[in-house]
Design a protein around this ligand. Structure first.
Ligand code: NAP
Length: 245
């Protein structure tokens, strides 16, 4: 259980982030949910409260430094501490390298990698002072494997693994662990846009024979946020049905 722990989740308005927020709340954590869509966040926090949980919505864009700092500040004001931080916000702007626009490269790197850097730096100050904390970064299996048509996305997700391992080394003496999860092909709005054929081709590559669910990823987050994972840091946990081993 994560009773009375305070957990921040970015990109909590839908998909994997929403499932992570609900799972953390079901374990007794106080959840601070962040994203740009205020309405979706209000709906999520209302759902958590209706199940006797405690939740706060903080609207913001992870790629904006003031928003990242404000997210941590508002959390400390409300709850006095931050025990768990999930860098989950992410976007795709797919296209083949030769046709990739600078704007598509910048948008993906700004949200997926710079956003995680800004949030991690903001929360690391608080966790270092506390001498405890868990930072969990949602990368991707394609950050490990590469994927044609996703040079920007794969670069951002591979970069997140480098950030994870470096910050894990920097914060270990402060009793702050930093780990990454690399989800495989997970059914959410992000993957809904793919054609039926592309979805079938992806599923064919998965030894367990099915796409993952947002809850499959949330289960791994709960483990990495729990006492049971206290001696694990700088690691990459694949949640991919065996797609990459
Ligand atoms: P999704 O359904 O598209 O949700 C993305 C979330 O990120 C939304 O809540 C969105 O909220 C938020 N977000 C996007 N840009 C943001 C920004 N600049 N600032 C703050 N929040 C932002 O995607 P998902 O499938 O749940 O993916 C969640 C994470 O898992 C991503 O990092 C993704 O790369 C990773 N992942 C997904 C899969 C998969 O197969 N689905 C596989 C591997 C890894 P707003 O639009 O309201 O801001």
């Amino acid at each position: 259980m994560l009773t009375d722990k305070v957990a921040i989740v970015t990109g909590a308005s839908r998909g994997i982030g929403r499932a992570i927020a609900l799972a953390l709340a079901s374990q007794g954590a106080k959840v601070v949910a962040s994203a740009r869509n205020a309405e979706a966040l209000a709906e999520l926090t209302a759902e958590i409260k209706s199940q006797d949980g405690d939740a706060l919505a903080v609207v913001g864009d992870v790629a904006v430094e003031d928003d990242a700092n404000n997210l941590v500040k508002k959390t400390v004001e409300a709850y006095g501490q931050v025990d768990v931080f999930i860098n989950n916000a992410g976007i795709t702007r797919d296209g083949l390298l030769l046709r990739m626009k600078n704007a598509d490269w910048d948008a993906v790197l700004d949200t997926n990698l710079k956003g995680a850097f800004l949030c991690t730096r903001a929360v690391a100050k608080v966790m270092s002072k506390q001498r405890s904390g868990r930072i969990i970064n949602i990368s991707s299996v394609v950050g490990e494997m590469g994927n044609a048509g996703q040079a920007n996305y794969c670069a951002s997700k591979a970069g997140l693994l480098g950030l994870t391992k470096s910050v894990a080394r920097e914060l270990a003496r402060r009793n702050v662990t930093v780990n990454a999860i690399t989800p495989g092909f997970i059914t959410t709005e992000m993957t809904e846009d793919m054609t039926g054929k592309a979805q079938e081709a992806m599923t064919d590559q998965i030894p367990l024979g099915r796409p993952g669910s947002a809850e499959d990823v949330a289960n791994a987050v709960i483990f990495l946020a729990s006492e049971q994972s206290a001696y694990i840091t700088g690691q990459v946990l694949g949640v991919n049905g065996g797609m990459y081993m």
